[in-house]
Design a protein around this ligand. Structure first.
Ligand SMILES: [Fe+2]
Ligand SMILES: [Fe+2]
Length: 246
């Protein structure tokens, strides 16, 4: 079994970040001993250099390997440069034991809230996904912006502007998991063979209604996968269970 923890929307800053919740989540996640943590953006609230400096200290508290992509908040105020300097590349690919491939995409635009992948990144992703199909690898694509609208989030504004083209690439390659954040609301959609999962906000106080801080845990077995929603300091809910395609 491989365990992946999906966190998102930390919003590390003076005003939008709840340190107590964050530290509680770190201890819960470290206790799970996951194989990796995927962070789908909005690490900082305004992309300020000093927010990134604080953020990397907080991220170092996680014991498992952590892979992050930027969100719209991270690319503000030259934050996309600070991300590269202090966190790492803004888009990347990793392969684990020749069984899993995770592709991280940068859907952010400088000082804009909208999400966009663009043709060069899409073509690069298609190439990587072709390899996954040929080698029969479990494939995960992570990006900050949602590719399909999320319930309970009001008027749609920031769905990926090239969502149709990206969804076509994801579904024709039968990507196993698509991971996003941005809306601070957890959700699952299934389209054809692809599970599209949104994580809530791990530690931001920018929350809707009674939806609290949470993270997702994915247990991937040889023939199935279980997706759990963990409320920080609260209950753990089975969010979805699916057979893995052969
Ligand atoms: Fe956010
Ligand atoms: Fe966002």
């Amino acid at each position: 079994m491989t365990t992946i923890v999906h966190i998102s929307d930390l919003h590390i800053s003076k005003d939008a970040f709840d340190e107590e919740v964050f530290l509680k989540a770190v201890s819960e996640i470290n206790n799970l001993k996951p194989d990796m943590i995927i962070l789908t953006g909005d690490i900082t609230n305004s992309g300020y250099y000093r927010e990134y400096q604080r953020a990397i200290e907080y991220l170092a508290l996680f014991e498992a390997p952590l892979f992050a992509i930027p969100g719209n908040h991270d690319s503000r105020n030259l934050g996309y440069q600070s991300f590269e300097e202090l966190v790492g590349e803004r888009s990347w690919k990793l392969t684990k034991d020749d069984e899993f491939t995770v592709i991280g995409l940068d859907s952010s635009a400088h000082d804009e809230n909208r999400g966009h992948i663009g043709i060069p990144q899409q073509l690069w992703m298609e190439h990587q996904l072709d390899e996954c199909v040929v080698n029969n690898r479990f494939s995960i694509v992570a990006l900050h912006h949602h590719v399909i609208s999320i319930p309970d989030t009001g008027r749609e504004r920031n769905v990926l502007s090239d969502a149709g083209d990206i969804l076509k690439t994801l579904t024709t390659h039968e990507v196993d998991l698509v991971l996003s954040g941005h809306k601070h609301v957890p959700n699952i959609w299934k389209i054809n063979e692809t599970i599209v999962v949104n994580a809530g906000s791990l530690s931001s106080n920018k929350l809707r209604g009674k939806i609290g801080n949470s993270y997702n845990v994915y247990n991937i077995y040889e023939d199935s996968m279980e997706l759990f929603l963990h409320n920080v300091g609260g209950e753990k809910i089975l969010f979805g269970k699916y057979r893995r395609k052969s």
